[in-house]
Write a protein that binds this ligand. Structure first.
Ligand code: ADP
Length: 270
């Protein structure tokens, strides 16, 4: 079985971004808005900061308490939209349940929307254009597959999970590249049998050990986004597998900063 190491590619992207960001006269700034104190979100933001430091970009971590209002956040986004020194804006998802996620995301200027979640960017992505700002995990998955020369066009790709940030974008990205895509979720019947049929299996369910040997088949490529795969059980069966950690995670962070570069270029072209 081949291990699909995301750290090697991350380091290549890191070196390229460092060179590219150094060409701008001012630092590239990414604003990250966090609402509440979810441990996972704090850990993801820490990873972003580490990467930003290495490429010479700046992260402005803006924290709001869980009892703040959607209006306060939207107002802050307005200020960041108007600030020419801010090139990217992220709202760290998922939000505590009382917040209107759609309304908050939609307040972001699409040219600064480096998670690729505003309607304008999602529409472009839905059409099948992969050159815009698309969610970083989807881009990371494509980069991983391309680096290891795993074909996508004409292959059967199955995604377990339909979240807006991961499952659906992964499906759209593979579809745009010509895969025949199946999306599975909590209501899917015969999940293991469907997963087994795939040439490329992408798991984004967030359920440890959901994917055991009855889900996989020989020669299959397995991309474990949600730490769902029982790697000990499947390792002698599959053709290729991403490790956790060290697979999709580092790719996602690197691709997020590729989007920051893209956002900055959009801006300097104007
Ligand atoms: P993420 O943001 O990592 O994608 P979410 O918790 O938002 O995580 O989404 C989890 C997704 O995984 C949902 O679409 C859900 O339907 C799917 N899922 C969770 N558990 C299972 C399961 N046991 N079988 C199939 N799909 C599942």
């Amino acid at each position: 079985m081949k291990i699909l190491d995301g750290k090697i590619i991350r380091d290549e992207i890191l070196a390229r971004l460092k060179t590219e960001f150094a060409k701008f006269p001012t630092p590239s700034r990414l604003a990250v808005i966090q609402i509440g104190e979810c441990d996972d979100s704090t850990a993801y933001i820490r990873q972003k900061k580490i990467f930003a430091d290495k490429i010479g970009a700046t992260i402005e971590h803006i924290k709001f308490p869980e009892n703040c209002s959607s209006e306060e956040i939207i107002e802050k986004i307005g200020v960041l939209n108007a600030d020419n020194g801010v090139h990217g804006i992220i709202v760290q998802l998922s939000l505590p349940k009382d917040f209107n996620t759609d309304e908050i995301i939609e307040a972001i200027n699409p040219n600064k929307d480096i998670d690729g979640l505003t309607a304008k960017n999602l529409r472009r992505f839905l059409v099948g254009d992969l050159d815009g700002l698309i969610p970083a995990t989807a881009r990371g998955i494509l980069r991983l597959l391309d680096y290891y020369q795993i074909p996508i066009a004409g292959q059967r790709a199955t995604i377990i999970g339909r979240s807006l940030l991961v499952g659906k974008p992964a499906a759209l990205a593979l579809l745009a590249r010509g895969a025949t895509v199946t999306i599975c979720h909590r209501q899917t019947k015969n999940l293991a049998a469907i997963a087994k049929e795939a040439d490329i299996l992408i798991t984004a369910a967030g359920q440890n050990n959901l994917v055991g040997k009855e889900f996989v088949s020989s020669g299959q490529t397995v991309i474990d986004v949600g730490n769902d795969v029982d790697s000990v059980a499947v390792k002698d069966m599959v053709g290729a597998l991403t490790p956790t950690p060290g697979g999709v995670g580092p790719m996602t962070v690197a691709c997020l900063f590729e989007n920051l570069l893209k956002a900055r270029i959009i801006k300097s072209l104007k």
